[in-house]
Design a protein around this ligand. Structure first.
Ligand SMILES: NC(=O)c1ccc[n+]([C@@H]2O[C@H](COP(=O)([O-])OP(=O)(O)OC[C@H]3O[C@@H](n4cnc5c(N)ncnc54)[C@H](O)[C@@H]3O)[C@@H](O)[C@H]2O)c1
Length: 340
């Protein structure tokens, strides 16, 4: 099985056309950056619901000329015409646009439904009808709901506990019946972290929220007793998973085209906090941060979350490369730079 390095090496001799929806967001902007650095042509479709202009500032410098390397379509996946326009002539779609907040999916279930189900369906069918070869989409570990302690494989019972999770599961089911021969791959991300993650996101961005608190001299909040575990995966590994999924020779319409993307390493919130303080100290010797405060667990919080990544290892050749500590240093460095 070719490694990510080999697949990316092959890309230097062939330029493919990629669409990244949600490319102005956290994960999407890292995908865009990596693809452009590999000499690929990239179109972003984003309505800036949570995405930021600054995330695509560098890429926009490449949007000149008749057939530019980068195209930004400010548009909405809820609009079928805009989805078609984005997919026209494309080889590969990496679908990442979504309303990402779980609390907001409870407050605004119709918005969740229109972006995360109808928008998904629009992109899936537009890509299929425009002859796209490979459609990779962001699903989520949220589809599992509460799980016992220990690694969760893709075949574990599913129990979506929020409108957001219901939408992600619905998307997987639509992809399995509507691909029409186009290869589709769903990536169930665990807790992704890294540079450019928005610290205002109340659910998935605990590391970015803590970074902001610690830098601002505020005590970070740990909900619960700190023993809650997460599988924190650095965004660089998520980029790797997308490239492997997009370029690997998976069979189309296969039931097994859904993969957990994490590290397979459980980290308690307590430990993550200590690792984070250690990372800041290594960058700013003598730094003394505030101790965390504990607050009661929030409704719907999941106690344990840990991916079994053997399927991704076996069928995609995915291997997480970043330790939590390395990822934290890169994240905090970037956070500090953004504030200078
Ligand atoms: N960050 C995580 O830990 C995590 C975990 C599991 C799954 N995911 C999934 O990964 C994907 C990317 O998440 P992220 O963390 O980068 O979030 P993000 O909020 O930074 O990015 C989402 C992007 O989608 C855009 N968008 C939203 N609605 C849109 C619409 N209707 N039309 C066009 N663009 C729209 C936003 O403006 C934003 O740029 C999402 O599908 C999310 O559900 C993320």
């Amino acid at each position: 099985m070719p490694t990510c390095k080999e697949l990316c090496g092959n890309l230097s001799s062939r330029t493919l056309r990629w669409v990244v929806t949600g490319g102005a967001g956290f994960i999407g902007s890292h995908l865009v950056e990596s693809l452009l650095s590999l000499g690929q042509k990239v179109t972003v479709l984003d309505n800036f619901l949570s995405g930021r202009e600054s995330n695509v500032e560098e890429a926009r410098k490449l949007s000149t000329g008749r057939d530019p390397s980068f195209r930004l379509l400010k548009g909405d996946i809820r609009d079928m015409e805009q989805c078609r326009e984005a997919c026209h002539g494309a080889d590969i779609v990496l679908h990442h646009a979504a309303l990402v907040s779980v609390p907001r999916s409870f407050q605004e279930p119709h918005l969740n439904n229109s972006c995360n189900i109808t928008g998904f369906l629009n992109m899936l069918t537009a890509a299929r009808d425009e002859g796209v070869r490979s459609f990779v989409y962001a699903s989520s570990a949220a589809v599992y709901g509460h799980q016992p302690e220990g690694p969760t494989g893709e075949d574990a019972p599913l129990s979506p506990l929020s409108p957001y999770a219901v939408a992600k599961r619905t998307d997987e089911l639509y992809a399995s019946v509507l691909s029409g021969g186009m290869r589709t791959t769903g990536l169930r991300y665990m807790n992704v972290f890294g540079p450019r993650q928005d610290p205002s996101s109340p659910y998935s961005g605990v590391i970015s929220i803590w970074s902001r608190c610690l830098m601002d001299g505020e005590p970070p909040v740990i909900y619960g007793d700190g023993k809650t575990t997460r599988d924190f995966v650095y965004v660089g590994d998520v980029v790797q998973a997308n490239l492997l999924a997009a370029l690997s020779d998976l069979r189309s319409g296969d039931d097994e085209n859904i993969f957990n993307i994490g590290t397979g390493r459980p980290v308690s919130l307590e430990k993550a906090f200590l690792a984070m303080s250690g990372a800041i100290e290594s960058l700013c010797p003598g730094w003394k941060g505030k101790e965390p405060v504990h607050e009661p667990e929030r409704m719907g919080d999941i106690r344990y979350s840990l991916a079994d990544i053997s399927r991704a290892r076996e069928l995609l050749g995915y291997e997480p490369r970043y330790s939590l500590e390395e990822g934290l240093v890169l994240t905090i460095k970037s956070f500090m730079n953004s504030r200078m």
